[in-house]
Design a protein around this ligand. Structure first.
Ligand SMILES: O=C(O)CCC(=O)C(=O)O
Length: 250
């Protein structure tokens, strides 16, 4: 696949949805391995790699990062379907980071603050993107992602410390104009949304009492990207401060 239509949408809007990226069998295998990882590996991970809404309730697991220590996911990051889509959007060869997993468990009421991923990544140029795969049906009720259309073309917005674990910085001056430009990414399990590192996005809380809102994501960066090490050190320090203020152990 050449993804010409998707590339046009991505360049214009800063995000694009691709329906059913994987064959059924591949999607089932991924979900089985995520279940295995949560069951067998997560209980022994340090706090900073698995975030809970309430540490004493395993069912409130809301985020996992640095999953590359697991042999399956270490290999998975090279999956051709993901790489081909990423490189078609990025327009050059890309490298991939370790996978992440996000959830909004039912009745936990945590939001994703508006942010631009590259504010965290500190890459120049910002030729970086996230591919976020829905594992559940995702809609307005359970907290779908919402994108400010075209915001990747309008530079950085000011971020400040947030109180939300896993998203240490957020845009505090989110305006009516931002709300008006939002597009909700309503997705079926197996659909992916690809967003540019400068695209402003956020998500409401999961208001459903029964439905999870799980996703699996990978970040790809063009080989031309260089990290601004000073800015990244500042960001990493603020993330560490947040985690230690919230009592997380490394
Ligand atoms: O799943 C979420 O709510 C946030 C995900 C996100 O911000 C990202 O992958 O960049």
């Amino acid at each position: 696949m050449t993804f010409e239509y998707e590339k046009e949408q991505y360049d214009q809007n800063g995000f694009v949805i691709v329906r059913q990226l994987l064959a059924d069998k591949d999607f089932t295998e991924l979900k089985q391995n995520l279940d295995r990882y949560i069951r067998d590996v997560v209980p022994s991970l340090p706090d900073v790699d698995a975030f809970y809404q309430d540490r004493s309730r395993p069912e409130t697991l809301k985020q996992m990062q640095r999953m590359g220590g697991d042999a399956y996911f270490q290999e998975y990051i090279h999956h051709q379907k993901w790489k081909a889509l990423a490189e078609a959007m990025i327009g050059e060869p890309a490298t991939v980071d370790q996978p992440e997993w996000f959830n909004k468990p039912p009745a936990t009421h945590h939001v994703t603050p508006p942010h631009q991923d590259n504010y965290y990544f500190c890459l120049k140029p910002a030729n970086v993107l996230t591919i976020w795969m829905a594992l559940d049906h995702v809609d307005a009720e359970n907290g779908c992602l919402r994108y400010v259309n075209g915001s990747h073309l309008r530079g950085y917005r000011k971020h400040a410390k947030s109180q939300i674990l896993g998203f240490s910085q957020g845009i505090m001056d989110y305006t009516t104009d931002d709300f008006n430009r939002e597009v909700a990414a309503v997705m079926q399990p197996g659909d992916v949304v690809v967003h540019h590192g400068m695209t402003i996005h956020r998500a409401d809380a999961n208001l459903s009492q029964t439905r999870h809102r799980r996703s699996f994501a990978m970040v790809f960066r063009g080989v031309c990207c260089q990290r601004d090490e000073e800015a990244f050190a500042r960001y990493s320090e603020s993330a560490r401060e947040q985690q230690s203020a919230m009592g997380l152990k490394t």
